[in-house]
Design a protein around this ligand. Structure first.
Ligand code: SAM
Length: 446
């Protein structure tokens, strides 16, 4: 039996909820027992359950002796158990945490095997400014937050928590297989679901789902789940544990990205920055090529209208784009194969158009905020990727791209900073950091 005791100011908030659907069914099946304890039952008539928070400022806290008395009653009536406190400052509730807790509470929850261990959890729903912290310390309670926002009380968080973990209670969800491919159970979100009628508002159910060919349906669903995750939940995917095979599949789903290094239309001059051109630096070309190869950049364009600079690069590539470079260092030769010199941004765009069939979305980068261009944060990939256009990440040299060039871009990424006031990264360092923040995989610890 899995026993839950809810300590709350308002037990009536749980009455209907306990009677609904799967929660009711689990109770009827004898797997689950839900009890409520009203905090007001632990004070004498006319006494308060709350008290002003110590120190200056407004706000009331739930009194330590009142909450402790309710917890002790839960232990006395239903046995000892784990105490869980709901608070916005707690550990964020994620599917991963739900799985971990379910594994502790339910015997073999993930296999869907029958048999439920005896467990008791006591959920304390805060109100006002919360529970006196000494109660949390006294009961070594687990603190859980359901999100980075503040609700009026812990009752909805308790229901959210229970709805999430009870899905793992064997028998609660009719077909336990559906729990396995739930969104966020692994690195992917679920595939999109369709039902009858086959045609609705001019939209048809994808024909493969009606084909009866299970292998094809499986393949379609995996692909749809992967596409949806890459496009809409890249932050989740890139912090999840994924196989090297899936990494390759993810790389194929990310829209084509290009790096454009501007030596034209940039600001030059220390005292008064004016539009001009800058010289090419071979170490930049070299290092940016290696970063580009690491993050799957399709081409790295060096934009310079200056013939002597183009000539310099021609000589440089006589080594790196030939067997001489390959024999010297094959990895670097591979990286350098993505570099192309062009004399203007228009030429780079035309080349991307010929490779990807579409005009690229130009995403500028700048060491300072840019007015008048929509700004993107480093977890805003969905905004760019939903356009289904190739992406050109634009980098300036000298003192950065001219205002005119920045204004011609579709978006600008937020500047990269440390916590110091020093803001003078080399362009090759900035490219590496930005590529990692935008396209990097952050392997979780095992
Ligand atoms: C108004 S809130 C107290 C907020 C508290 N002053 C703070 O900023 O952390 C009252 C109660 O609602 C519950 N609560 C509000 N937001 C929550 C969240 N995001 N996750 C979990 N519990 C929450 C907690 O039980 C909390 O004690």
């Amino acid at each position: 039996m899995f026993t839950i005791t809810i300590i709350t100011v308002f037990p009536e908030l749980f009455e209907n909820w306990c009677k609904t659907s799967l929660i009711a069914r689990a109770q009827e099946a004898g797997q689950l027992k839900i009890n409520c304890i009203r905090l007001a039952d632990h004070v004498a008539p006319k006494q308060r359950i709350d008290t002003p928070a110590c120190g200056p400022g407004a706000g009331m806290v739930l009194k330590a002796p009142v909450v402790a008395a309710a917890i002790e009653e839960a232990f006395a009536r239903y046995g000892s158990g784990e105490v869980v406190f709901f608070t916005p400052s707690g550990t964020l509730l994620t599917q991963r945490l739900c799985q971990e807790m379910a594994t502790t509470y339910f015997s073999e929850p993930l296999s869907g095997a029958p048999g439920v261990g005896d467990h008791h959890i006591i959920l304390v729903c805060g109100r006002y400014e919360g529970v006196d912290d000494r109660v949390i310390q006294r009961y070594s309670g687990r603190k859980i937050s359901i999100g980075n926002y503040v609700l009026m009380g812990g009752d909805l968080p308790a229901q959210v928590f229970l709805e999430a973990i009870l899905r793992y209670l064997p028998g609660v969800v009719g077909d336990s297989r559906s729990v396995f491919h739930d969104s966020f159970s692994g690195p992917l979100v679920d595939f999109p679901a369709y039902g009858q009628p086959n045609e609705w508002e001019g939209m048809a159910v994808p024909p493969v789902l009606l084909s009866g060919d299970h292998a094809k349906i499986e393949k379609w669903r995996n692909d749809a789940a992967l596409t949806q995750t890459v496009k809409e939940h890249f932050s989740w995917l890139r912090t999840s544990e994924i196989s090297s095979e899936m990494r390759r599949s993810v790389a194929e789903k990310i829209p084509a990205h290009y790096v454009v290094l501007m030596h034209d239309q940039v600001l030059i001059g220390r005292k008064e920055a004016l539009p001009g051109t800058t010289s090419v630096t071979t170490i930049d070309v070299h290092d940016i090529a290696r970063s580009s190869a690491t993050y799957g950049i399709k081409k790295f364009y060096v934009v310079t209208p200056l013939h002597d600079q183009q000539e310099l690069l021609r000589v440089f590539f006589q080594f790196w784009h030939t067997d001489q470079g390959r024999n010297y260092n094959e990895n670097r030769y591979d990286a350098m194969s993505c570099v192309k010199v062009v004399s203007s941004l228009a030429e780079a765009e035309a080349d991307i158009m010929s490779l990807s069939g579409q005009i690229p979305l130009k995403i500028a980068t700048s060491a300072r905020p840019v007015d008048g261009v929509q700004s993107l944060a480093f977890d805003d990939q969905a905004i760019a990727w939903q356009t289904a256009r190739p992406v050109a990440l634009m980098f300036g040299t000298g003192q950065g791209m001219t205002a005119e060039l920045l204004q011609a871009c579709d978006y600008v990424l937020t500047p990269i900073h440390g916590f110091t006031g020093y803001n003078h990264l080399s362009v090759r360092a900035a490219v590496a950091i930005i590529l990692d923040r935008w396209l990097g995989y952050f392997e979780p610890s095992k």
